[in-house]
Write a protein that binds this ligand. Structure first.
Ligand code: NAD
Length: 304
């Protein structure tokens, strides 16, 4: 049973109530922080509260939290569709809106205008430069990456990304926040892909190249990596879960940022995204995700 220690009770605002935003709101609330969850979509906010409630219930079922912790956690989360109101008294904002550069720059301009001068502005971006986001604000020293992993309530790592001008106390404060959530912080610097995606995405891209060049089929590639390297999931299945469009976008960030051919996205990945085969979310990627089936797509589909 987790003992929740109520230390600092700073007010947290989370922007974006999708997959990551609801998980981030969940873990802050469960650890005693009052949270305002902000989204442009009221129905998305409703859905997020349902998901958080279901996930807390699962934890109660497993005996990791009590029913009282579930109730208290939910009572700490407010929802808001107006960003200006949602962040007005926040001491930390964690932005987890859609991965789109212009959208994030626009959100950070608004956050800069409507938060207190000491408020830390963190982003959960998977690939956009923290330095670029910070540059649209008047307080780049207080902008930082706080990259939670999916699913947030389960995964232990938070990759903390220092922008070019992030102030030292801001990094230290985000490390403290991360530890207060029972997670492990890992601080890195702001270069394309940071660490997590700089290493993970080329591995996935190489697995796709191996399939494209008919070195092996989907099941064989994933089995080698699962049983041979003790990975919990093969790289092709992981790509399906992440979304092939997201994998392609991150490979493009690496390719643009480092200008090295080794980061060129595999043509098969490009083709699959163009064809709308995005993995789990579209029902087909390297595997089929029709109800009752999780079969690998036949290798002949992918060969040149
Ligand atoms: N999904 C993952 O596995 C994962 C892992 C790590 C990091 N990330 C990053 O987390 C962020 C969110 O990803 P996600 O998968 O949760 O996306 P998502 O599509 O599930 O959710 C995004 C949410 O942002 C909302 N939104 C859009 N514009 C907004 C605005 N102006 N103000 C407030 N809310 C707005 C949308 O309505 C939606 O609810 C992205 O930056 C992504 O790169 C995702």
């Amino acid at each position: 049973m987790t003992n929740v220690i109520y230390l600092a009770m700073e007010k947290i605002a989370v922007i974006g109530a999708g997959t990551m935003g609801n998980g981030i709101a969940h873990v802050f609330a469960q650890n005693g922080y009052p949270v305002t969850l902000v989204d442009v979509s009221a129905s998305q906010l409703e859905k997020a509260i349902e998901v958080i409630s279901k996930n807390l219930e699962r934890q109660v079922g497993k005996g990791t939290i009590t029913d009282a912790v579930k109730t208290e956690s939910l009572s700490r989360i407010k929802t808001e569709t107006d960003l200006t109101k949602g962040v007005a008294d926040a001491e930390l904002v964690v932005e987890a809106a859609t991965e789109n550069t212009q959208l994030k720059l626009d959100i950070f301009r608004q956050l800069d205008a409507h938060t207190s001068s000491d408020c830390i502005l963190a982003t959960n971006t998977s690939s956009i430069s923290i330095t670029k986001i910070a540059a649209v604000t008047k307080k780049p020293g207080k902008v930082i990456g706080m990259h939670f992993m999916n699913p947030v309530p389960v995964m232990k790592l938070v990759e903390i990304i220092n922008g070019y001008g992030t102030e030292k106390w801001v990094t230290e404060k985000i490390i403290d926040y991360t530890q207060s959530l029972g997670k492990t912080p890992c601080a890195v610097n702001d270069y394309p892909g940071f660490i997590a995606n700089r290493i993970l995405m080329p591995m996935i891209n190489e697995a796709i190249y191996s399939l494209y060049e008919s070195v092996a089929g989907v099941s064989e590639i994933d089995t080698v990596m699962k049983l041979g390297m003790a990975h919990p999931m093969g790289p092709l299945q992981l790509a399906d879960f992440i979304g092939l469009d997201v994998c392609l976008a991150i490979m493009r960030v690496l390719h643009d940022g480092f200008a090295q051919p080794k980061y060129a996205p595999c043509p098969l990945l490009v083709n699959m995204v163009t064809a709308g085969k995005l993995g789990v979310k579209s029902g087909e990627g390297f595997y089929f995700y029709t109800p009752g089936s999780k079969d690998a797509v036949p290798s002949s589909t992918f060969s040149r």
